[in-house]
Design a protein around this ligand. Structure first.
Ligand SMILES: Nc1ncnc2c1ncn2[C@@H]1O[C@H](COP(=O)(O)OP(=O)(O)OP(=O)(O)O)[C@@H](O)[C@H]1O
Ligand SMILES: [Mg+2]
Length: 401
């Protein structure tokens, strides 16, 4: 047996009692510090269990603040209750990173509504009518659109679903949109905005003490006893709180620290492992964020990375310290050149500005306004992360597409 290729890995000592519980696929059954948000959502959605349409909700807040975990938890509870009581209400979770158009989303819904039927290659209007047919049977459906900012034709989608709903006598469609893009709402058509955001819930970042409690509870179920030192938990919470108050970063720090403790055969998670995991975790989070950006926004970021790598195009300003910065205009020019080279359609300068503000919000770039002297007043852009890593990640994705 010991000759088998897998024997060593299979029998090796591990620090985890269940490593899966440290991965993003796991939704914890108890979510401390989110009682208020859970209460608001469940109170509203309980209307669906009483055969009424609930208010549409828009949930937003920075990355890792528990939006997905809270919604999945509430949905699982609602579905369990509705099944147990035989009620015609159910929640459907859609990740719009994977299903990013109205057609794809409605198609996914009808597959879930009518699992026994086979829907391949049907027209957009057929798919839409099928969604309404399901509601007309008296079903109250809650449609969760996670990462809704990734939907290309979001105005059309929300309009179709809310208009459909207005026509219904029986049944109903309740929407829950989720986004970590704080400027997303401003992009919406005013009508879409008022339909989608009947109620809004903002998820605040977690502070260090809250992250500590979250990590303590997670460590208890995912790690073997006495593996993780308390100071390591304190450090991981402090680092994540300092960065952004993001529970995903905090959990990932301990997961990678645990992996390191196994790799170096110490089987103890101490400050040292957490610190060693820090750089890799930051990189993982940033690269994942980049890979989820829309293609055109990736091209804007690629233009910034390429210009930052060239000494040409980079100005050195005589500030306290020499800072490499780019003029917004030259970034736009380089973006246009890049997009043409790749035969992509060009975005307008208005969209370009929008994408730049979002990249700043995600912490991928920093911008400042120049003084009046240089080319009038213009926006100066500086990359917030390693230029060659950004370029490599985007190029890899462009090749895969
Ligand atoms: N209150 C909490 N208690 C326990 N775990 C939590 C809590 N909030 C978040 N988490 C965990 O932190 C991670 C990130 O949470 P989640 O995926 O819900 O963030 P999000 O707000 O949806 O972020 P994004 O905007 O990036 O999608 C998940 O692994 C989740 O289980
Ligand atoms: Mg999420």
């Amino acid at each position: 047996m010991s000759d088998n290729l897998f024997a060593r890995e299979f029998f090796k000592e591990t620090v985890f009692s269940d490593r899966n519980l440290m991965t993003p696929h796991y939704t914890p059954p108890i979510l401390p510090f989110r009682e208020k948000e859970i209460g608001l959502l469940s109170k509203n959605l309980s209307l669906c269990l009483r055969a009424q349409k609930a208010d549409n909700f828009f949930l937003y807040g920075k990355t890792g603040t528990g939006k997905t975990a809270v919604t999945r938890h509430v949905l699982a509870q609602l579905n369990a209750f509705a099944t147990q009581k035989g009620l015609l209400a159910a929640g459907y979770y859609i990740n719009c990173r994977q299903h990013n158009s109205k057609y794809q989303i409605l198609s996914k819904l009808i597959k879930e509504f009518f699992p026994a039927e086979n829907f391949m290659g049907y027209s957009a209007s057929f798919v839409y009518e099928k969604v309404l047919d399901f509601a007309k049977k008296g079903n109250q459906s809650i449609i969760v659109l996670d990462e809704i900012d990734k939907v290309k034709d979001v105005d059309e989608l929300v309009y179709a679903l809310t208009r459909g709903n207005d026509e219904l006598v029986n049944g109903g469609l309740t929407l829950i949109g989720i986004s970590n893009n704080l400027t997303f709402k401003d992009r919406l058509d005013p009508r879409t905005k008022s339909s989608l955001c009947e109620q809004e819930v903002v998820f605040p970042p977690y502070n260090a003490a809250e992250l500590k409690k979250i990590l303590q509870e997670r460590t208890l179920v995912a790690f073997k006893p006495l593996v993780v030192e308390e100071s390591a938990i304190n450090l991981a919470s402090a680092l994540a709180a300092q960065e952004s108050g993001d529970a995903r970063t905090a959990i990932l720090l301990l997961l990678r620290a645990g992996d390191l403790a196994e790799k170096n055969n110490s089987f103890k998670v101490t400050d040292q492992e957490v610190l060693a995991a820090k750089v890799r975790v930051e990189e993982e989070i940033i690269l994942d964020m980049i890979s989820s950006l829309p293609r055109q926004q990736q091209l804007v970021l690629l233009a910034i990375a390429e210009l930052s790598l060239q000494s040409k195009g980079v100005r050195r300003l005589g500030l306290e310290e020499e800072t490499k910065v780019l003029f917004s205009g030259e970034v736009y020019e380089h973006y246009c050149w890049k997009a043409k080279e790749l035969k992509e359609t060009l975005i307008s300068s208005r969209w370009f500005r929008q994408y730049i503000s979002e990249l700043e919000m995600f912490g991928l770039i920093h911008t400042t306004l120049s003084g009046k002297g240089i080319r009038g007043q213009t926006r100066l852009i500086k990359l917030g992360f390693d230029a060659s890593k950004i370029r490599n990640q985007i190029e890899k994705q462009l090749q895969a597409a």
